[in-house]
Design a protein around this ligand. Structure first.
Ligand SMILES: *[C@@H]1O[C@H](CO)[C@@H](O)[C@H](O)[C@H]1NC(C)=O
Ligand SMILES: *[C@@H]1O[C@H](CO)[C@@H](O)[C@H](O)[C@H]1NC(C)=O
Ligand SMILES: *[C@@H]1O[C@H](CO)[C@@H](O)[C@H](O)[C@H]1NC(C)=O
Ligand SMILES: *[C@@H]1O[C@H](CO)[C@@H](O)[C@H](O)[C@H]1NC(C)=O
Ligand SMILES: *[C@@H]1O[C@H](CO)[C@@H](O)[C@H](O)[C@H]1NC(C)=O
Length: 344
């Protein structure tokens, strides 16, 4: 080590200072004590929070928290104040937002149901987002997509952005829901997402719709365009002209499989906040739509859809091999599917 210019060894310093000037020594001690005092005082100030209070105040000015909503504590978990990254919620910044997902199966009326919900000025149901395989390739991709939807950063023709009070999507059970059910249930619980199950009671009618829709993907009956949903009785009549043939041997196992999937889904999601709806019940009784709006806690309005039902009237006229179907189902638990009819 190089020589130090001053020797600060304890003995040498003390001996010299006290010998030369006791007064100077006292002054040094006094100044030292004052510096310590000031330092301790400033530390204390920080700890009792005067310092943090001022930073808190500046955060508040830039971004005032919304007033606590007046709801029961059990509801608190389902209320959100998203802060979209791409725009400002402006005057609706403090309107609470609920998260939902319509969990359904193809050809169960979910397209129609979604247009009804989207006719509400405060509901944004963003469509079948997970029909895109990349978005459901793993749970990370699924959660990232859900995060964007629930943060109001998803843009579709249905998104109402700033004044949305309920935001969600339509999600088919075979689009990653069943495969990733554990993580999705966790996500729903963690983030306070409500599930709306939409099933169809008459699975035979569903099967006819499924076969006809799949046929039209190639046949393109309406002027060379494939349509899953139509907006005029004329278009509906064109699509309904096609009568599928149902494989009678496979019919019962297929009906059973569909039932099993919906029962399983209900079991998986039983501990989430959820409601179960049936397409037929909504058609028969529009009061169900009031219940859905109450479930989503949005102001109740009359909901409208321009969609027209494709297959109407008696089932016997809708399939090619009606006699085979009747024979296959007679005397089984599925017999009632042959008879239930409804008018709309
Ligand atoms: C999840 O899927 C996305 C999109 O396909 C992909 O980019 C990503 O690497 C995958 N992550 C994992 C952990 O597999
Ligand atoms: C619904 O939307 C309207 C119009 O954008 C808005 O004024 C109203 O505050 C919204 N209501 C709720 C409950 O968010
Ligand atoms: C098919 O196209 C013709 C000519 O463009 C149009 O008049 C007709 O309404 C279309 N039919 C349907 C069912 O859309
Ligand atoms: C019904 O499906 C089974 C199994 O795929 C097949 O063996 C049978 O030929 C089909 N029947 C008809 C009439 O297509
Ligand atoms: C319609 O549904 C409501 C609620 O579910 C029920 O109270 C009412 O009795 C139903 N009306 C008819 C005509 O079934």
């Amino acid at each position: 080590m190089a020589d130090e210019p001053f020797s600060f060894t304890k003995d040498g310093f003390l001996a010299k200072a006290s010998k030369k000037s006791p007064m100077l020594w006292r002054m040094i001690v006094l100044v030292f004590a004052m510096v310590c005092g000031v330092y301790i005082f400033s530390v204390c100030l920080k700890q009792i929070g005067i310092g943090t209070a001022s930073t808190f105040y500046s955060i508040q000015v830039a971004d005032q928290p919304c007033p606590e909503p007046t709801v029961e504590s059990s509801e608190r978990h389902y209320i959100h104040y998203p802060k979209p990254t791409t725009y400002s919620r402006a005057e609706c910044r403090c309107n609470p937002v609920r998260f939902f997902a319509i969990l359904s199966m193809q050809r169960s009326g979910s397209g129609w149901f979604e247009t009804l919900l989207n006719s509400h000025i405060n509901i944004s149901s963003n469509g079948e987002i997970f029909s895109n395989k990349v978005r459901r390739s793993n749970i990370t991709a699924i959660e990232d997509t859900l995060d964007r939807i629930y943060n109001l950063d998803w843009f579709s023709s249905a998104s109402k952005n700033e004044c949305t009070a309920a935001v969600g999507l339509k999600w088919m059970l075979n689009q990653g829901v069943m495969r990733n059910h554990e993580e999705i249930v966790d996500y729903f619980k963690r983030r306070g997402v409500s599930a709306i199950f939409l099933f169809r009671r008459n699975l035979l009618r569903r099967m006819i719709s499924l076969l006809a829709n799949s046929y039209d993907q190639n046949a393109k009956l309406i002027n060379g365009t494939h349509k899953s949903h139509v907006h005029s009785p004329h278009e509906a009549a064109i699509l309904a002209k096609y009568k599928p043939t149902i494989n009678a041997t496979l019919l019962i196992p297929q009906l059973k499989e569909v039932e099993d999937v919906s029962n399983k889904a209900l079991r998986f999601f039983k501990d989430t906040r959820h409601t179960v709806l049936y397409y037929e019940d909504i058609i028969k009784n529009r009061t169900k739509l009031v219940e859905v709006q109450e479930f989503l806690r949005v102001p109740v309005r009359e909901l409208k859809s321009r969609q027209v039902k494709i297959h109407r009237g008696s089932l016997s006229g809708q399939v090619e091999n009606w006699d085979d179907i009747r024979k296959a189902l007679n005397g089984t638990p599925y017999e009632t599917l042959l008879n239930t009819d409804y008018q709309i």
